[in-house]
Ligand binder design. Sequence first.
Ligand SMILES: C[S@@+](CC[C@H](N)C(=O)[O-])C[C@H]1O[C@@H](n2cnc3c(N)ncnc32)[C@H](O)[C@@H]1O
Length: 264
Amino acid sequence: MANYDVLWTRTSGIQTVAAASLENYGTRLEWRGPSGEIMHDACVDGTLTKKILLPYVNQHVSKIVATDRFADTITLAQQINSDEKIEYKVFDVLKDDITEMEGRFGHIFSICVAQWLVPNSLLLEKYRKMLKPKGQLFIVVLADTPVQQSFHFLAQGARWKDILANQNVFENFSSNPVQDFQTLLANAGFEVDLTAQVTSTIPMENFPDMIDLLWNMYYKYWSDIPPGQQKQFIEDNLTKIGTCTTSIGATYLPDSKSSSSRIT
Ligand SMILES: C[S@@+](CC[C@H](N)C(=O)[O-])C[C@H]1O[C@@H](n2cnc3c(N)ncnc32)[C@H](O)[C@@H]1O
């Protein structure tokens, strides 16, 4: 599975979103006292950790504990993005015991992953417990991407609702993500300093490949779709996602030939 995550982190523009988020909002981070440890959750192959996060926080921290749930991803990170200040560690933030991490970090960075870590209420509770008192969470969520919109749209329609309605794939931030997310944070015990909504364009150079990648990464329900209906399912998603991306100004238009050729 991990190679899909690596492909995603290298092609989706997440690095650009992360760098812009730090540049625009990182000034709100407070660095108190002697340098301590921070956490970077869902670090994939460590590229973001080493190339973007480390230079930004280097003078303030003694160590970045960079975690991901897949062992092969972490092994790759150790091979290609090692640094004396980074400790890569296999850790499933939703499932693993956090005793060793409790109250440990001055800051936790969670970049473009929480939309997939459901339920967010559990995720945020874990983040809060792993922070030191007065610690800070810097979290970037993809709140309203065309892929998420398509999932929620198809989950309500007659054709796919029996399969999709019970799948916990994306946190649903509704049509008011800022308010929703503030509520989620407050309910998890955070004092919210700032929430902001930014519109970004995430480039998708090879759209059918991106869809294929997303299915393999996160669409746990794929095996629940009868093989005879899978082609229809892809068509419906590409049509919906194509509509969304067109409406937000991307240049992609759905091409049913290329989409169906991927599964025949
Ligand atoms: C799309 S990437 C997130 C973007 C990422 N922050 C980056 O550096 O590009 C998704 C990553 O989240 C990881 N992940 C998904 N669920 C997780 C969990 N429950 N605990 C820890 N990592 C998780 C995956 O293994 C994958 O590497």
